[in-house]
Design a protein around this ligand. Structure first.
Ligand SMILES: C[S@@+](CC[C@H](N)C(=O)[O-])C[C@H]1O[C@@H](n2cnc3c(N)ncnc32)[C@H](O)[C@@H]1O
Length: 336
């Protein structure tokens, strides 16, 4: 039956390292046809069309106009799309929502430019995992590219994470956002890994709060579901008076937890490591400077963490100045 499925009509490049086929319980998915080494490119894809509007403002008419402008062969490709591989979409906006990605225009556009949504025929066939094996880094370009974040063996399903802050969200929160039940290793209830996963992700969120002074939505936490229960510690985070030594430990602990969770890929390291090196370079008290330097040269994140713990509860000459600088950067008065 799957031989005649409309997805067979989707044009997968002949050199692509994957094929499309049914993925039990998830409609169809993309499966590696050969080994894909960590860091290797999986697919570079041009959008079939783009719509320059925020997601919630895209109307039927917008999608119809975009489709009318397609070449006949492209229209045929669009008509292959199915609602999770089963039924044709009833509304064009649904087809668009299920098969499009927000393309960041931050690198080229102006701040007030409308967001761009691109419809991608093939990348939209990739299913979600909360512990994925691929990533589509934001590039600011209309063409998107996926890369393997770890070695993928032939036959393995290729997945990516549909949301950007899931490393800080528990299973319950993730499922509410996804609106389908994911069955990845971090979602399978009754397992030790799942329990640890929730704990790690909650901790990562808390550590982020302690270093940034705000929650994922950029706001201070409300009292309904506290992330940091200790009121003094919460105030210190919001006042940016967390000492440098603790900042370094929190940041490295978050990376270590990401690694334990199976989420630490090269893109993540590229994003997080500069901040850690920057903190390590800020110490001014001589003994602290020496330890911070040792932290940076350790090979593993566990070794870095162990070394960083030597700084635990140590004050630094630079602490006060850092607090003032962070408060000024956030537009707060210099005195808490
Ligand atoms: C963008 S589509 C992915 C491709 C889709 N499976 C297909 O056959 O066209 C997203 C939809 O796939 C399904 N899906 C994706 N990841 C899943 C997962 N981990 N578990 C269950 N369903 C999943 C959900 O129905 C979701 O709304």
């Amino acid at each position: 039956m799957s031989q005649n499925h409309p997805y067979r009509g989707l044009q997968v490049p002949s050199d692509a390292p994957f094929e499309l086929k049914p993925s039990p319980g998830k409609g169809w998915g993309a499966f590696a046809t050969r080994r894909i080494g960590k860091g290797a490119m999986i697919l570079k894809e041009k959008p079939l069309f783009i719509i320059r509007k925020p997601h919630e403002e895209i109307m039927e008419e917008d999608v119809w106009i975009a489709i009318q402008q397609l070449a006949p062969s492209e229209k045929e490709q669009f008509l292959c799309l199915r609602d999770n591989a089963s039924k044709p979409f009833i509304q064009m906006t649904e087809a668009c929502a299920e098969n499009s990605f927000a393309i960041s225009n931050s690198t080229r556009g102006q701040v007030n430019d409308p967001p761009i949504h691109g419809l991608f025929l093939l990348h939209s066939r990739f299913n979600h995992s909360c512990i994925p094996n691929s990533k589509i880094p934001t590039s600011g370009e209309e063409i998107i590219t996926s890369f393997a974040t770890r070695d993928i063996v032939a036959g393995e399903e290729i997945t990516f994470c549909y949301n950007t802050d899931f490393e800080c969200r528990t299973r319950h929160d993730r499922h509410q956002a996804l609106r389908f039940v994911c069955d990845c290793k971090a979602c399978l209830t009754g397992t030790l890994f799942q329990q640890l996963s929730d704990m790690r992700r909650r901790l990562i969120r808390g550590l982020q709060y302690l270093t940034l002074g705000v929650d994922l939505n950029g706001q201070r936490q409300g009292s309904a579901s506290p992330i940091i229960v200790d009121s003094q510690l919460k105030k210190a985070a919001e006042d940016f008076s967390i000492p440098l030594s603790a900042r370094l430990i929190y940041n490295i602990l978050a990376v270590y937890l990401l690694e334990e969770e199976g989420l630490l890929d090269d893109f993540m390291i590229e994003r997080l490591n500069p901040g850690i090196l920057q903190i390590a370079a800020l110490f001014e008290t001589e003994s602290n400077t020496r330890i911070a330097r040792l932290v940076t040269v350790q090979k593993t994140w566990l070794d870095k963490l162990n070394m960083a713990f030597r700084l635990y509860r140590r004050a630094d000459v630079a602490d006060h100045a850092i607090t003032l600088r962070l408060r000024m950067l956030r537009g707060l008065s210099v005195t808490p």
